[in-house]
Design a binder for this molecule. Structure first.
Ligand code: NI
Length: 252
């Protein structure tokens, strides 16, 4: 069985959640972890985790929210996490200098405040980092946290550095694309340091590249990792599921 450790199941993208969840189950993807990374996404996600037993959530303000997130919003976030045991991590949080470059200090400030929340609540973090590898790493190094570098696309050297400070490497559909350096990353790191994710609705794996992604495609990512690691996809499923269970301390 498999866990999709990071997806966005908003109504904006999917007409019928029941259908998405059933299709995932048919493909042995039994547990989903959704990511709420802005106010609306968080509110919508709360309804979803209340309704579906096999769905958990991580919440945190994405760096693209840096200009509008207030300290009050952060208090709201922290309270929600404290009150709901199906919210299992803070994230996705981090730095994104690809989309917005002119508010680096604001992004760092928001990131730091949410790392503080995770430290206070003793929870893992889900990290979004784009064109900001060194800065992200430098900030994480200041904390003694665990978590996932979501949708990893960096170098092998950097992956090793993140692993050294307690992070797992989130591998998604990109590993199935042609000419990706992720093949080398997956080959060289221990499978105990890998988690699977779709980041649905984005980044669908081959042969659905460019189309809408869905948690049911997790086995395609597992298959590619199995091929690289020369093990079975069932083993990939078993080990990565355990990685998630350990990291988030969930019993499934
Ligand atoms: Ni995401």
């Amino acid at each position: 069985m498999y866990i999709d450790s990071h997806c966005h199941l908003s109504k904006e993208y999917y007409e019928s959640l029941d259908e998405i969840i059933n299709k995932a189950k048919e493909n042995n993807v039994n547990t989903l972890i959704i990511s709420g990374c802005d106010k609306n996404g968080i509110i919508e996600g709360l309804d979803i985790i209340n309704k579906y037993e096999n769905i958990y959530m991580t919440i945190g303000f994405h760096p693209s929210e840096a200009n509008i997130t207030t300290d009050e919003d952060l208090l709201w976030l922290e309270k929600l996490i404290e009150e709901n045991n199906k919210i299992i991590a803070v994230g996705e949080i981090g730095l994104d200098y690809y989309w917005v470059k002119d508010n680096k200090e604001l992004q760092k400030d928001l990131f730091k405040k949410q790392l503080d929340i995770a430290a206070r609540l003793n929870l893992p973090v889900i990290i979004h980092s784009r064109e900001a590898t060194q800065e992200t790493y430098d900030m994480l190094k200041e904390y003694d946290l665990k978590g996932i570098i979501h949708c990893y696309s960096g170098s092998l050297e950097m992956a090793k550095e993140y692993i050294k400070i307690g992070y797992k490497i989130g591998i998604g559909g990109v590993v199935t694309f042609k000419n990706t350096n992720l093949v080398d990353v997956v080959k060289e790191i221990d499978i105990k340091d890998i988690t699977l994710e779709t980041d649905s609705p984005y980044l669908a794996p081959t042969p659905y590249r460019g189309k809408q992604n869905s948690p049911e495609y997790i086995p395609l990512i597992a298959e590619k990792i199995a091929e690289i690691k020369e093990i079975t996809k069932e083993e990939v499923g078993k080990i990565t599921t355990n990685n998630i269970k350990e990291l988030f301390n969930i019993k499934i």
